[in-house]
Design a protein around this ligand. Structure first.
Ligand code: ATP
Ligand code: MG
Length: 420
């Protein structure tokens, strides 16, 4: 223990569990890489205004959860709370949308920061893998993203998740619904903060987790009843494409998201084994966001999946990812001469692509074999003075326990053959 601990609401990824995080990121990004999405990486912080305008002044993310600060030079920055605004900013800045190849399809993976009340599944530093398809209005694109997220979760072996689907309308029908909902909310017995929220962003009230609020919301105007013809047709098409792909979803007229920029298709992936932090990922269409941050009209759609909660979901379902052992061969030298010779062998094996580790620190046989066991290596190479005099090393199969001498210059070929 040192004097220091990880800051509140954060945790470290350490071996062996950290391998699961890498595997989850890999599994989520694989379907994207296979579907025309290119990798994008943006800074961990941005001009605070990007999020204030992009995510929305009235959202919890901006009002309560943002790590905003002034730099020594006087710049107003914020650690990124989400990925979409940054990715869109980057695409616009580089004029990717003008290269004549719309939609611009991008994926990302990284750390995000929100000053939240820490609890299981809710951290101040967490990680997401996300995807954005910028500059096209096409129901097939919305469907594509939902299908790819579904595929990602299934490839990990997750089964107990559900897809909630809704349409939030567009600039024609959404304001009409908003007004109707506001009218309804004004008549309810709500606390002051919630009433204020109803004035600024009434749709957010639908997302209130408190039971007494939810009870009062029975009979609230429902978005599907207010969708204009264009939005209804668009949503029908998205649903039909999902049906055709065999992706099961649930219509959820109350589904809204924590960000203000969503329009039309909105969806969330929830996992039933996670208690109240049940959302493992979410996304939707954000046709107005580009204009909100000073760009041209670029209808877009995207999602972000939470890596931390996906790992918790795997635990909840008892899914053990089949992670290959990181080390295939472990070398144990007995004595100074053996140390030099075996270290040379280790380098040779590594160059040939065989994952190899070495017993460091001049340990005795017993301690070194313990390390070999812990490493998960399938084979160990042990050599002492006498072996070297005979020009061999002892090769041990850690699974079968079989052991025998192999000529020094045949070690690489022998291991290659045995490891397939
Ligand atoms: P919630 O309703 O749980 O607060 P959110 O709507 O704020 O989620 P998004 O902004 O849509 O979440 O982020 C997408 C995903 O990122 C979430 O579904 C979740 O898996 C993950 N996520 C968001 N905030 C956190 C956090 N504080 N800690 C861990 N994961 C998070
Ligand atoms: Mg949140």
């Amino acid at each position: 223990m040192s004097t220091f601990q990880a800051p509140k609401g954060t945790y470290d990824l350490l071996p062996p569990n950290s391998a699961t995080y890498l595997a989850v990121r890999e599994a989520i990004s694989a379907p994207l890489k296979n579907s025309g999405y290119g990798y994008v990486e943006t800074p961990g912080f941005e001009n605070v205004e990007l999020f204030a305008r992009g995510v929305g002044e009235s959202t919890d993310i901006v009002t309560k959860e943002m790590y905003a600060f002034e730099t020594k030079g006087g710049d107003q920055l914020a650690l990124r709370p989400e990925g979409t605004a940054s990715v869109l900013r980057a695409a616009l800045e580089a004029n990717l949308h003008k290269a004549g190849n719309l939609p611009v399809k991008l994926w990302y993976s990284g750390s995000y920061y929100r000053y939240e009340r820490p609890q299981k599944g809710r951290y101040r530093h967490f990680s997401q893998v996300g995807a954005e398809a910028i500059g096209a209005e096409d129901p097939a694109l919305d469907a594509e993203l939902i299908i790819l997220a579904d595929q990602a979760y299934r490839s990990l072996g997750l089964r107990n998740f559900r897809i909630l689907l809704n349409s939030l309308g567009d600039k024609e029908c959404r304001p009409v619904y908003r007004a109707a909902l506001q009218e309804f909310l004004r008549g309810l017995d709500l606390d002051e903060e919630t009433l204020r929220r109803a004035e600024i962003n009434p749709l957010r009230v639908l997302d209130d987790k408190r039971a007494d609020v939810q009870k009062q919301l029975t009979g609230a105007p429902s978005m599907p009843d207010y969708l204009c013809d264009a939005c209804t047709a668009y949503h029908k098409e998205v649903r039909e494409l999902l049906d055709a792909a065999g992706v099961v979803y649930e219509d959820d007229a109350k589904l809204v998201r924590g960000l203000d920029y969503y329009t039309r298709t909105t969806f969330e992936f929830v996992h039933d084994g996670l208690g109240s932090q049940s959302a493992v990922g979410g996304g939707g269409r954000y046709d107005g966001l580009s204009e909100m941050i000073g760009g041209p009209s670029l209808p877009s759609v995207g999602w972000a999946l939470g890596v931390d909660r996906t790992v918790l979901a795997l635990e909840a379902e008892g899914v053990d990812l089949e992670l290959p052992a990181t080390t295939s061969v472990f070398a144990v030298p007995l004595g100074e001469e053996a140390r030099r010779v075996l270290f040379g062998k280790v380098t040779e094996l590594r160059k040939a692509g065989i994952a190899t580790d070495f017993s460091y620190g001049g340990k005795g046989l017993k301690g070194a074999m313990k390390n070999a066991n812990r490493s998960g290596a399938r084979f160990t190479l042990v050599a002492g003075e006498r072996d070297l005099a005979d020009g061999v090393v002892q090769l041990k199969d850690m699974e079968s326990g079989e052991q025998g001498p192999v000529a020094l210059d045949a070690v690489l070929e022998t291991l290659k053959a045995k490891l397939g």
